[in-house]
Each structure stands twice: as structure tokens, then as C-alpha cells.
Design a protein around this ligand. Structure first.
Ligand SMILES: *Cc1c(COP(=O)(O)O)cnc(C)c1O
Length: 360
């Protein structure tokens, strides 16, 4: 069996150990005589899975008791509307920082519901940096302040969080979820689609400070009302059962491998290998300013579209797949999430060095 190194931005690699365990449990989950795909979400055996996943997530991320953990559907994109519908309920105002396509989509969606301000943007340089924030631009009575923590398409990350005072900070962490420790208490809400770093597609995880709940607008669709899902412990309706099960296996894998501190160490080591190569190459270069570089998504280019295409093609043939950059930016992008082993990045860097020699 030949497994490739998959650099896709999402859905993306899952740990081999997780896939093997899921395969072994496929026909008979722990003596239940059923696959997890087949069982009722109201059964005792399934309840242990969803409760177990939540407990592991709380432990790994050190989530305080005054935060709710919700396992939802609809992707990160559905939360772009749910966030204003649930939280833009005081002044009807919110601040957004525009650091890429996902932040912009969230901002545009929120405009349907209130007075939304873009307090800063890095659109002027194709989102290749995190803009410096001027606090005098912030809306003092905003209902929340919104950021996209790790910008999957452009490869930037906030190394320092905006100081929003009493205004709750809400962050889309889809592409850096569980990649390193994060201080949950700094946020009103953290959320992300699971298909980047946590599970297969179909699951969205929302972590919400309790005091922000219960104030959704009357027109909020029931299925977008976080309070409803919190009260029902994510079982208001059928949750994405199998994806939550795989999520639990990934969380167990994380715990067995030393948790988020160990994961950060591993991710820093992988990213450094690639960035160091890019900084020393005469053919390839990273597109992000060094101080805002993501550990998870590494975009890079050569000076020629033709060479870029040749590189992606030959890399694919060598078992290094999904290296083509996002369709809106071109070039290349290597997504090196938790499940990407160090050897995968080593193989990539070796391949890049050989390609550079052969083509210059
Ligand atoms: C992928 C991604 C999204 C979109 O996620 P969906 O689950 O497909 O809606 C939103 N934000 C970020 C940062 C992403 O990486």
C-alpha cells in the first residue's frame, strides 16, 4: 500500500494510527455489533463517544468550566452568520480585521445584521502580513471583535492577540485548531471547521463563554442558535456522529503523543525546516513576511508560472500531493498540519532542492 504525503489545506491528512483504529472498529465498535455509522445518536454507546470527545477536548485545550463546547454541522462558513445572529445583540456593532478571504467572508456576512467595521486590512499586499492594529480605531461599544487567527490561504497567523479590553474576542481557528496551546480565557468564542486539523469534514467545533449565550435575536433560526445546542449538549438534532467519533480518536492520538505542547514543538520543527530552506533557496521563496508566518500553511512561489506548474506536477508524481496554491493566489502551498510527519516535510524539502538543481 502506497500512502502519499498529502499537503492539502483541507480536508487533509489524518494520523495513520487513527485510520487503522477506525478500520479495525468498522464492523463492530467495542462489542456493540455495529459500526459507529449505524448506531443511534441517542444510544448509551454513542453518548460515551460524544461525551468522551468533549472531555478530551476540554483536557487538551484546558477549557474552563464556564465555556460550552458545541459539536455542530454547517462548516465554519455557517458560523459567519450565526455569530452576528447570536452575539450582535447589544449595540448592534462589531469590529472585524480583514486578513484574507475567510475573514472577509465573515465580515460581509455580518454586514447583513448590523453595523460592522473593518478596523484594519492587509488586502493592499495580498494578505501577506497581519496588519498592525490601532486601538483608537476599535469601536468601544462593539458587541464583539472578530479575527481569523490563522489564514489558511495566505499563510499568516497572529502571534499576538489584539487587546480588545472588555469586548469579547471571537476567533476562527479552523486551520490552527489543536496545533499548539492556546489560552481559551482570552476569547469569548473560538471555533473552526474540523476538516483541517481535527477530523474529517462535516464537524464544526464552537467553544463559547457561557455569559455570551442566551441573547440571540428572535429571528435566529433554531439551528443557528448556540443556546439551543448548548442546552441539548450538541444533541438537539442528529450530530455528525461518525466525524465526532474520528475526532475522538484524533484527540486520543494527541493525548498519547504528549498533548498540545508536544504538538507545538513538532510543528515548529517541521515549519522551520521548510522556512529555512525557502530563505536560502535561489529559486523558491515564501510569500509571507517572516514575523507573521503560519506554522500550518506555507505558501511559496518561484518567479515563473511555468516552473510552478512543472514543480506541482513532478512533486505529485513523486508522491507529494496537493501542493498547488489556492486558486485565488496561484503558486504553491504546503499545509503541514499535526498529522504530517517530519519525514513528509523532509521529503518535500529534498525534492525542492533536487528540483532547483535540475532546473537552474
Ligand atoms: C477552510 C476554512 C474555512 C471554511 O470552512 P468550511 O468548513 O468549509 O466552511 C473558514 N475559515 C478558515 C480559516 C478556513 O481555513
Amino acid at each position: 500500500m502506497a500512502r502519499v504525503y498529502n499537503f492539502s489545506a483541507g480536508p487533509s491528512m489524518l494520523p495513520d494510527e487513527v485510520l487503522k483504529k477506525a478500520a479495525a472498529e468498522m464492523l463492530d465498535y467495542q462489542g456493540s455489533g455495529q459500526s459507529v455509522m449505524e448506531m443511534s445518536h441517542r444510544s448509551k454507546v454513542y453518548d460515551d463517544i460524544i461525551k468522551g470527545a468533549e472531555a478530551l477536548l476540554r483536557e487538551l485545550m484546558n477549557i474552563p468550566d464556564n465555556y460550552k463546547v458545541l459539536f455542530l454541522q454547517g462548516g465554519a462558513s455557517t458560523q459567519f452568520a450565526a455569530i452576528p445572529l447570536n452575539f450582535m445583540n447589544g449595540s448592534g456593532k462589531a469590529d472585524y480585521v480583514i486578513t484574507g478571504q475567510w475573514a472577509k467572508k465573515a465580515y460581509q456576512e455580518a454586514q447583513k445584521y448590523g453595523e460592522v467595521k473593518a478596523v484594519a486590512s492587509s488586502a493592499d499586499k495580498t494578505f501577506s502580513y497581519i496588519p498592525k492594529l490601532d486601538k483608537s480605531e476599535f469601536t468601544p461599544d462593539a458587541d464583539y471583535f472578530y479575527i481569523c487567527m490563522n489564514n489558511t490561504i495566505y499563510g499568516t497567523v497572529y502571534h499576538e492577540l489584539p487587546d480588545t479590553g472588555d469586548v469579547p474576542l471571537i476567533a476562527d481557528i479552523s486551520s490552527c485548531f489543536l496545533s499548539e496551546p492556546v489560552d481559551v480565557t482570552k476569547f469569548g468564542m473560538l471555533y473552526g471547521g474540523a476538516q483541517k486539523n481535527v477530523a474529517p469534514a462535516g464537524l464544526t467545533i464552537c467553544i463559547i463563554r457561557e455569559d455570551l449565550l442566551g441573547k440571540a435575536r428572535d429571528i435566529t433560526p433554531t439551528m443557528l442558535n448556540y443556546q439551543i445546542h448548548a442546552d441539548a449538549q450538541s444533541l438537539y438534532n442528529t450530530p455528525p456522529c461518525y466525524t465526532i467519533y474520528i475526532c475522538k480518536l484524533v484527540l486520543e492520538w494527541l493525548k498519547e503523543n504528549g498533548g498540545l505542547e508536544a504538538m507545538r514543538e513538532k510543528n515548529v520543527k517541521k515549519a522551520k525546516l521548510l522556512y529555512d530552506f525557502l530563505d536560502n533557496s535561489k529559486m523558491f521563496r515564501g510569500t509571507v513576511v517572516p514575523e507573521d508566518r503560519s506554522l500550518m500553511n506555507v505558501p511559496f512561489v518561484t518567479d515563473s508560472d511555468e516552473l510552478n506548474a512543472k514543480f506541482v506536477k513532478e512533486a505529485t508524481e513523486a508522491g507529494l500531493v496537493n501542493l498547488k496554491g489556492h486558486r485565488t493566489v496561484g503558486g504553491m502551498r504546503a499545509s503541514i498540519y499535526n498529522a504530517m510527519p517530519y519525514e513528509g516535510v523532509e521529503k518535500l524539502v529534498k525534492f525542492m532542492a533536487d528540483f532547483e538543481k535540475a532546473n537552474s
